[in-house]
Design a protein around this ligand. Structure first.
Ligand code: TEU
Ligand code: CA
Length: 557
């Protein structure tokens, strides 16, 4: 059975860095409206906009102080309504970011909650006494360094924050909190929102005893991820909002297994449409969050197959992504942003558009935007700035982590969208809130718009190919030559046709003798980033080479 929305091509917009329409150096909603024609021309059918709600922007909007209004820096509610109208006019759906594990500490609920222990909003959040020795309630660490507990002098208790201390966790055990959230979702659904990307989707149901992990400041995923009431919460959300409005729901879900992910995304479970898993993006960070551990092409291949094969065996659903606002630029991480910049950018796009699952494109990946080097004072992200502060306070030598910091920091993905080689890459007429990647003079939309051999042109072709061949939406997924250390080979097959996808995930040229059981010469090249000589039997796949071969059922032997 095919889920609704399976044909979508979803483009993620990080509004602060997308397009500044009013010359204040920060992207905004009217800037998004200005670029809807560009997105329509690219072939995008749906946009996910990272938070644009009222926020002190401690975490660039993932710290919300008013869920029902647009932050003035992004515009007004009327601007949002215009955006909805203009997007829908172009048959582009709009997903909003649902950030409900926590609010900002400047949200009225939290301002009330911290006034007194008996305030009606007290148990909207998670407050606990410290230990007798003056220590926090437990040894849990925040994702953004330090303790996950912050002391509040007024009421003499600690509050939980899995992220920054300006992002107090909501208490989902409280039915009033759930009611507030579903009401808020009704508000945005009433404005025509087509669905939600759900932030930190499996962290809402915590072990409310807050047991120690035994390791100071360990991020206690075992006690807050995929907790006991998560399915109950999403079934309620599905019934009260998603089903009622026919909406798409995409859960950002780190730390699951394919089976557990299927319990959130199987149609009959009536919870989420799909999840975005983390198996491939955390490969280089196994020893430490700020490590840059070596990752082989085979590691990358196994991480992908470790998800894509079982999830479909369990009838679960994934979004396909290699980039987002939290991850390094994909061409720098999984490709080669120097010697094989274009080849690897296009090969990765082929991967993302041909794996089973709904493809997500993160702003700038379609032109091959790369990681960016920052001087220490040029960083903006709370996650990395907190880590610098933690290293300083604990007397840790930051240099031991700098390779990982430079490679993994989230600001890599948040440099302004590179529209042209003009001032500030055409992003803004004012000095941008964050450094523009200096390579904007050669990597920008304007430069690629009219180049049929550009990365942008490849994205347009691949999106069109995906729209014209539903085998990429509903075709069976079969892996070939699973043990090959550099080549990823798989087929997608339905009644009408079969696609054969061959991708070199490495920077080595690979000579490959096709399995003779496949009559590969009956296939035609549909798309490739290198020239294939016939017969295809003995392929020489160049570094980051990729090809998509097709055979129609009419020609099947
Ligand atoms: O990210 C949650 C999350 O998984 C992050 O901790 C991410 O893995 C990490 O930053 C990678 O280094 C979501 C949002 O995508 C992120 O932007 C927010 O900062 C976070 O939640 C809190 O809302
Ligand atoms: Ca602006």
């Amino acid at each position: 059975m095919e889920i609704a929305f399976k044909d979508e091509i979803i483009y993620q917009i990080y509004p602060m860095s997308f397009c500044d329409s009013n010359g204040d150096g920060i992207g905004d909603l009217r800037g998004v409206i200005l670029k809807l024609d560009y997105l329509q021309n690219l072939g995008i059918t749906c946009i996910w906009i990272s938070p644009f709600f009222k926020s002190p922007r401690d975490d660039n909007g993932y710290d919300i102080s008013d869920y029902r209004d647009v932050d003035p820096v992004f515009g007004t509610l009327d601007d949002f309504k215009d955006l909805m109208k203009e997007a829908h006019r172009r048959k582009i759906k709009v997903l909003m970011d649902l950030v409900v594990n926590h609010t900002s500490d400047e949200h009225p609920w939290f301002i009330e909650s911290k006034k007194s222990r008996d305030n009606p909003c007290r148990d909207y959040y998670i407050w606990r006494d410290g230990k007798n020795n003056g220590e926090p309630p437990s040894d849990w660490g925040s994702h953004f360094s330090g303790s996950a507990w912050e002391w509040d002098e007024t009421t003499g208790q600690y509050y939980l924050h899995l992220f920054s201390k300006k992002q107090p966790d909501l208490n989902w055990e409280n039915p009033r909190v759930r009611g507030e959230i579903f009401d808020m979702m009704e508000f945005w659904s009433g404005l025509g929102i087509d669905g939600y990307r759900i932030d930190t989707a499996c962290m809402y149901s915590k072990n409310m005893q807050f047991p120690d992990t035994g390791e100071k400041y360990k991020v206690a995923c075992e006690y807050f991820n995929d907790g006991p009431r998560m399915h109950e919460y999403f079934r309620e959300m599905h019934e009260k909002v998603f089903e009622k409005y026919g909406q798409l729901s995409v859960g950002e879900a780190n730390g699951l297994t394919p089976y557990k992910a299927s319990l959130y995304t199987r149609e009959d479970r009536k919870e989420l449409s799909m999840i975005l898993q983390f198996g491939h993006v955390m490969l280089n960070r196994k020893t430490h969050k700020w490590a840059n551990d070596p990752v082989t092409p085979f590691d990358f291949k196994k991480a992908l197959l470790g998800w894509y094969e079982p999830i479909y065996a369990y009838s679960g659903h994934l979004g396909n992504y290699l980039s987002n606002h939290d991850q390094p630029r994909q061409v720098s991480k999984f490709g080669d942003d120097k010697k094989f910049w274009k080849e690897s950018a296009v090969m990765l796009a082929m991967l993302n558009f041909t794996l089973p699952g709904i493809p997500f494109v993160y702003q700038g990946e379609e032109i091959g935007m790369t990681n960016c080097f920052f001087e220490q004072d040029e960083y903006r992200d709370v996650e990395i700035l907190n880590f610098f502060r933690q290293c300083e306070s604990e007397g840790k030598n930051l240099n031991q982590y700098m390779d990982g910091v430079v490679f993994n920091n989230r600001d890599n993905a948040r440099t302004p969208m590179q529209w042209s080689s003009g001032i500030n890459a055409g992003f803004s007429s004012a000095h941008p809130w964050i450094k523009v990647n200096p390579n904007y003079t050669r990597i920008n939309v304007e430069q690629q718009m009219h180049d049929g051999d550009s990365i942008l042109a490849a994205y347009k072709k691949l999106i069109s190919l995906r729209k014209n061949h539903r085998v990429l939406v509903n075709g069976n997924f079969s892996v070939l030559d699973r043990e090959h250390p550099e080549l990823l080979l798989f087929s997608r097959e339905n009644q009408e046709e079969i696609f054969l996808v061959i991708l070199n995930l490495s920077r080595r040229s690979i000579t490959y003798a096709m399995d003779l059981s496949i009559d590969i010469d009956s296939f035609k090249v549909l798309f490739a980033n290198f020239t294939l000589g016939r017969p295809f039997g003995n392929l020489i796949v160049p570094p980051f080479g990729g090809c998509i071969l097709r055979r129609g059922s009419e020609s099947a032997v």
